[in-house]
Design a protein around this ligand. Structure first.
Ligand code: BGC
Length: 973
């Protein structure tokens, strides 16, 4: 049964429907809001018309003048009849095919959730809402529209810009990608990617990187960073953008996301957590990009939605995130940015989100209905197609308020949420945030001079757009630390690592005659990128060493320390002879072969790249087609292993990659002694690598995903849908909770390296586990309390038309730029439509207010969910000879005998991550590590009672260890 089948129990899409097409109640608005692709009805009408016009003409009797003519006509007849039969077959077959496969599923199988909850119910935002209310109450309708609608693609210097509310002193907001640094800018830090941060398992570093990123953003004039990214979660290991996030587990994503947000917002910059939600693959992520008129629908059941995909967003909201970006895809056949269950229900009511929901770039697919569904800001402002200037909001939003389609209260809430977020960050402080300065760089040119709105064909004066402000400070130190701590040591047989400046501690190749140790460095990934690190736009190719994936999540590298540069410096040239083969072609000449034959040690650097779906490199169209190393990396390793020192010397493999890599072709080769998984290290790549290779930093990275023995081992849910299976491609998340290690554990599949795995140059011992009840168990959290504070209220009268009329002077109209204004005729006809009683066709369920969620009530949800229930302690000791950091991880197994409070069959993953820490220990030193388990950590999402529930019968088991499968101690509760 397809997961979008309404009868399926527990699906988000299990009741009635939401509207797709968007109408305003006056006709002009209708024209502008009609999607550019035909509706099903239009298609059927067109098909009927085509059938009529294509009807085969009837044939007249033929003249008998010449027999060849008669023969020809007979021949024609047979031909025509044959053609007719073929046509009918195709028609019938096509029709059946259409019915069977290509017919669109009914739009909006996600249940309705209205009305949109107002912001301003959390004590933590009280003052900001008070201040916002004062400001918003003075705004005209046009100003409210201005601050909620982007001005259009490339109409400002940042990737997203809103217009100001000038007369109340509210500035244009500048929004800039992305999760690993300031995109499209000069003199910034190219930090390691999210996946590398996840691999550090170091909360302090997560925070520090976020903070440094925000310091740079503010100095560049950016109000909001479009990051961190906690979705995709990594359901599919080949997913193109997994590397922007922190790893394939909701708990890890949640902690890393929240720490990053706290770091960013400690500097007064807004963080935008993205992409909400279930945007797990690039193929078909948005309409038209993949040749289809619709985006893919991720069909997710209610429990998996809560326990996996929405979980990290819950942490983000609890951390006070200012903004949430809704994603391109549909969820349960309703676009995420117009899905009222997701935005109004889960995000704003249940999670108590107080900031504003921003659309991904063109993820808004309808006008009024998205407003009602909880969208607060549209980006970049354009409508259904890139850069067309035909916003679904802008003047259409002004019109929809005037004609009564969008309730005034909703419009006020949208504006208030944006302004409250601005106050919450302290951006009203003019010293830190000089008004109307804007970004001091342009996302669209590297020249000093340029125009302010390059997206407009209107001629404009050139001004200084790039001031080349250097904002890097000493952030390279953090970048290097993250890259080093995010490098995972997977194999180290015979303690071949760490290397020494002289090469190795003990020489393997005793046949050699040379005094110097000969080391070979192999692979393109060790060397520079031809044309420089930024030679491909948005880093959309795999050349030279791999520092980041591609797409909007990438930045312009200010520099990129390649591994080879750092290695050259590190080895003592009086003792070591380096031989460099910076290509993936194994050396072929006789002289080269002779040198290789004589090498004492070989390092091979290989990689695998991916990125955002708007760019393809070779056969990597965003998502990877498989999990193998790229550019024949496997073969290169095999060749080096066979030939290095005649097949007798040690080989060290270093991998830079966007995600898991299948290593089965070489990992067990006897020569391959060490494997380092360096993820995506950013600008300090080479330096961080030598830190680990030479033991200046004892490796402490752990895998933020499972490395399986094959892509198939990740199960059916782990496979990207590469070919569309319908007009609206359907992807059913039927594996539910069983993603990554949860799948491997459930099906007892042995991975090559499990989630959480990582070696060190020292050894650790764990013991002495204890558990203490902090608060007694109880199945359900406290009932939802009334909010401590109330959202602001405003008069609900429809504003006067004068609010949105084109100003008489002081405005220079730019073509394609998005303005909030209407002509007098347009404004008056909107008012008449309302007076004539024309009604917007509100979605089904719009008039039935939903019961508030018992899981909600405050920022981050019901506060009781965050109360610590149990405390686990464990002693950790460094039993080796060198100092190093250890990452104790806590995994929880739910009581086996547990039964659900509602009538549902309970099934729990074997183990789920619910705690981790990172501690640095000198040799012989031991420390006690503490894990605090909250009610949410100990609960499952009960679809029946629609709440987080603790299992009351039986005992919980807390396992503590150094990976998801190395869990030497446990304690029961
Ligand atoms: C991406 C977002 C990004 C936005 C702006 C979109 O294509 O999905 O992650 O923030 O563009 O660049």
């Amino acid at each position: 049964m397809a997961a979008h089948d309404p009868s399926k129990q527990g699906l988000l899409g299990s009741t009635s429907t939401e509207h797709h097409a968007d109408y305003s109640s006056d006709s002009d608005a209708n024209v502008n809001n009609t999607p550019e692709y035909p509706t099903r009805r239009q298609r059927q009408q067109r098909k009927r018309r085509t059938q009529l016009t294509n009807r085969t003409p009837s044939f007249q009797p033929l003249p008998t003048r010449k027999s060849w003519l008669a023969r020809r006509s007979r021949c024609c007849l047979i031909f025509a009849a044959f053609g007719l039969i073929l046509f009918v077959i195709l028609l019938v077959g096509g029709g059946l095919g259409y019915k069977a496969v290509l017919q669109e599923p009914p739009y909006g199988l996600s249940p309705p959730w209205y009305p949109s909850p107002k912001g301003g119910i959390a004590g933590t935002w009280y003052e900001s809402y008070q201040k916002a209310a004062k400001l918003v109450s003075k705004m005209t309708l046009a100003e409210k529209v201005n601050i909620t609608t982007g001005v259009g693609w490339q109409m400002g210097l940042a990737v997203g810009t809103t217009a100001p509310a000038i007369h109340v002193g509210f500035p244009a907001l500048q929004l800039q990608d992305g999760p690993l640094g300031i995109r499209n800018a000069d003199n910034i830090t190219a930090f390691p990617a999210g996946i590398t941060v996840g691999a550090t398992w170091n909360r302090q570093l997560m925070y520090a990187r976020g903070k440094a990123h925000a310091i740079e953003a503010r100095a560049k004039g950016v109000n909001a960073i479009l990051g961190p990214c906690v979705g995709p979660l990594g359901r599919m290991p080949a997913g193109g953008r997994n590397w922007e996030g922190f790893g394939s587990d909701p708990y890890l994503q949640g902690i890393a996301g929240a720490e990053t947000i706290k770091g960013i917002q400690s500097e007064g910059v807004m963080a935008t957590v993205k992409h909400f939600i279930a945007n797990e693959q690039e193929h078909f992520r948005q309409p038209w990009e993949w040749g289809l008129p619709n985006a893919i629908s991720s069909n997710v059941d209610d429990r998996a939605m809560h326990e996996l995909y929405a979980w990290p967003f819950g942490d983000a909201v609890k951390a006070g995130v200012a903004s949430v970006m809704c994603s391109y895809n549909m969820v349960n056949n309703s676009y995420a940015c117009g899905n009222s269950k997701l935005l109004n229900g889960i995000l704003k009511d249940e999670l108590g989100f107080q900031g504003f929901v921003m659309s991904d770039w063109l993820a808004q697919r309808a006008g009024v209905s998205t407003t009602l569904a909880g969208l607060d800001m549209t980006m970049p402002g354009d409508g259904l197609r890139w850069a067309n200037g035909q916003s679904l909001w802008g003047k259409e939003l002004s019109r929809a308020v005037l004609n009564g389609s969008v309730p005034v209260e909703r419009m006020d809430d949208m504006a208030t949420r944006v302004v409250a977020a601005w106050y919450q960050m302290g951006q009203d402080d003019e010293e830190k945030w000089p008004r109307d300065k804007g970004p001091n760089f342009s996302s669209w040119t590297r020249e000093k001079m340029g125009v302010m709105s390059p997206g407009s064909p209107t001629e404009q004066e050139e001004v200084v757009v790039n001031q080349f402000v250097d904002v890097q400070a000493n952030h390279s130190v953090i970048a290097r630390q993250v890259a080093a701590e995010g490098t995972v040591l997977l194999k180290n047989e015979g303690a071949v690592l760490p290397l020494t400046r002289e090469g190795v501690r003990k020489r393997q190749n005793t046949n050699t005659t040379s005094d110097k140790l000969k080391i070979g460095i192999f692979g393109e990934d060790a060397g520079p990128i031809p044309g420089g690190p930024n030679s491909c736009k948005d880093r959309g190719c795999n050349q030279g060493t791999l520092g980041s994936g591609w797409g909007s999540g990438a930045v312009e590298f200010p520099y990129l320390v390649t591994p080879i540069e750092a290695l050259r410096k590190q080895f003592d040239s009086s003792k070591v002879e380096l031989h460099e083969y910076l290509s993936n072609q194994f050396p072929a000449s006789a002289s080269e072969k002779a040198v290789v034959q004589d090498l004492d040690l070989c390092l091979v650097l290989v990689n695998a790249d991916a990125g955002e779906g708007f760019t393809a490199w070779e056969n990597v169209r965003g998502d990877r087609p498989d999990l193998f190393l790229q550019k024949n990396g496997d073969l290169l390793i095999q060749q080096v292993a066979a030939k290095c020192g005649g097949g007798f010397s040690d080989v060290v493999v270093v991998i830079h990659a966007v995600g898991p890599v299948v290593m089965e072709r070489w990992v067990d080769l006897p020569q391959v002694k060490a494997v380092l998984f360096a993820n995506l290290p950013g600008e300090e790549s080479g330096n961080a690598l030598v830190d680990v290779l030479f033991g200046h930093v004892n490796p402490s990275g752990h895998l933020p995903f499972t490395i399986g023995k094959s892509l198939q081992d990740y199960g059916p849910g782990g496979q990207v849908l590469y070919l569309p299976n319908g007009v609206v491609p359907q992807q059913d998340f039927t594996e539910g909770l069983y993603v990554d290690y949860r799948w491997f554990d459930k099906h007892d599949i042995t991975p090559r390296f499990e989630f959480g795995f990582g070696l060190s140059y020292t050894s650790f011992e764990l013991g002495n586990a204890t558990v203490k009840t902090v608060r007694p168990k109880s199945a359900l959290p406290f009932p939802r309390l009334d909010p401590l504070v109330e959202p602001p209220t405003y008069p609900t009268d429809i504003p006067p038309v004068e609010d949105v009329l084109w100003p008489k002077e002081g405005i220079r109209k730019l073509e394609k730029y998005i303005y909030p204004y209407l002509s007098a005729d347009e404004a008056h006809s909107a008012v008449s439509a309302r007076q004539d009683g024309k009604k917007y066709p509100y979605p089904d369920g719009y008039d039935t207010p939903q019961p508030l969620s018992q899981a909600g009530g405050d920022e981050g949800g019901n506060p009781d969910l965050w109360q610590v229930k149990a405390k686990v302690t464990v002693d950790v000791r460094n039993t080796g000879k060198v100092a190093g950091a250890v990452v104790p991880q806590l995994y929880l197994s739910y009581p086996e005998s547990g039964s659900a409070v509602s009538n549902q069959t309970l099934d729990f993953p074997v183990r789920v991550l619910r705690g981790f820490d990172k501690v640095y220990l000198e040799p012989g030193e031991s420390r006690q590590v503490e894990f605090n388990l909250t009610r949410r950590d100990l609960s499952y999402w009960d679809v029946g009672v629609q709440n987080w529930v603790m299992v009351m019968e039986g005992q919980y088991t807390f396992h503590v260890g150094l990976s998801s499968r190395d869990l030497p101690v446990d304690v029961r509760w």
